[in-house]
Design a protein around this ligand. Structure first.
Ligand SMILES: Nc1nc2c(c(=O)[nH]1)N(C=O)[C@@H](CNc1ccc(C(=O)N[C@@H](CCC(=O)O)C(=O)O)cc1)CN2
Ligand SMILES: Nc1ncnc2c1ncn2[C@@H]1O[C@H](COP(=O)(O)OP(=O)(O)OP(=O)(O)O)[C@@H](O)[C@H]1O
Length: 190
């Protein structure tokens, strides 16, 4: 299946799951992540502010912030690359492009992700064998993940069934090292 077809299949499957079931799954993902020592120890975390039927990150971002981590969220630039700004509580966000909430804080630049100790990314699917992820197709995270060093955990959050075989891969795709699913955290080859 090509990338755009797989995107629409997964988006439809996500939309078909009732909101309360998606919410319960997101809580399992959040708690599985918060149980990991390498999550608890990360002082600077790059995360995302979920939209629609994505695994929710609002509770995760809040919990990381409450535990004392500095959490950066993406600010989508006009060229689809990602700038980064720091979350400082629920009142410090405002809608950006596509209506996604973004921090109003000073932008730290596209290279700020290089300094993160943990990188949490959205995905529609991840390949179980390779860690290759399918995103929304803007190439934003392909560019952002290419800046992350080899020893930093990169984690894609997925709903059930989205860690799969045969995700189409292109040379620019940057694999993730972990998938966080409602069933738990999976270490990948990437
Ligand atoms: N929560 C979240 N934040 C994120 C991303 C993401 O996938 N999820 N991104 C990941 O890169 C970046 C934003 N990129 C995005 C690209 C497209 C759409 C979107 O909704 N596109 C519509 C089409 C809208 C239009 O063209 O008018 C769609 O896909 O249906 C959203 C975010 C950075 N922040
Ligand atoms: N490092 C890069 N610099 C510039 N453009 C890039 C880079 N990597 C990927 N792209 C471009 O981004 C576009 C989308 O790529 P792709 O379909 O793999 O997105 P995706 O990984 O699903 O989405 P995303 O990364 O936004 O989550 C491609 O046309 C590709 O050429």
């Amino acid at each position: 299946m090509d990338k755009s077809r797989l995107r629409s299949v997964i988006e439809s499957a996500r939309a078909a799951v009732p909101g309360d079931a998606r919410h319960a799954a997101s809580i399992r993902i959040r708690d599985a992540l918060l149980d990991q020592p390498w999550v608890q120890m990360a002082g600077l975390v790059a995360c995302y502010w979920s939209i629609g039927a994505e695994p929710e990150t609002h509770g995760l971002v809040f919990a990381l912030w409450k535990h004392g981590a500095t959490v950066m969220l993406p600010v989508l630039r006009d060229d689809d690359d990602l700038d980064w700004a720091v979350y400082d509580g629920p009142d410090t966000l405002a809608p950006g492009r596509f209506g996604i909430m973004e921090p109003v804080d000073t932008r730290r630049g596209i290279d700020a992700i290089r300094t993160a100790a943990l990188v949490i990314v959205p995905a529609l699917a991840v390949d179980r064998a390779t860690g290759v992820r399918l995103g929304r197709g803007g190439g934003s995270y392909d560019r952002a993940l290419a800046r992350v060093g080899p020893n930093v955990p990169t984690v894609a959050l997925l709903h059930e069934g989205e860690l799969m075989d045969g995700v189409p891969a292109e040379p620019h795709d940057v694999p993730v090292r972990y998938a966080a699913t409602p069933e738990g955290i999976v270490r990948l080859a990437g």
